[in-house]
Unconditional design. Sequence first.
Length: 110
Amino acid sequence: MKKIVLVFLVMIALFSCNKDRNESSITLTKCQKENVGYLKVNNTTSDSYDLFINDVYKQQIPAHHFVQGTLSAGHVYNVQVRQVSGYFVSPTIKNFSVTINMCDEKTVSF
């Protein structure tokens, strides 16, 4: 009887210390956890521009400044900038198509 108990205890000791094979030691970054990417819009001109993303006004970008933000990954975004002042007849309008994937860091300069 003692031999059976001893064998049983040895088996428990050997098999109870195994690490679960499904456990992962990979640490996800913030952008991976949130499934996002980053967009920087850089105004290199001497005039202010309004920023629109997918036809929605976001903010004004002063001359020689940039703005940056976080966007959901896995999408194509239509980025439009419209000159606010400093034009003679009509404002300069520029359009960009930007694909944001997980953890991307994209820059649009104009």
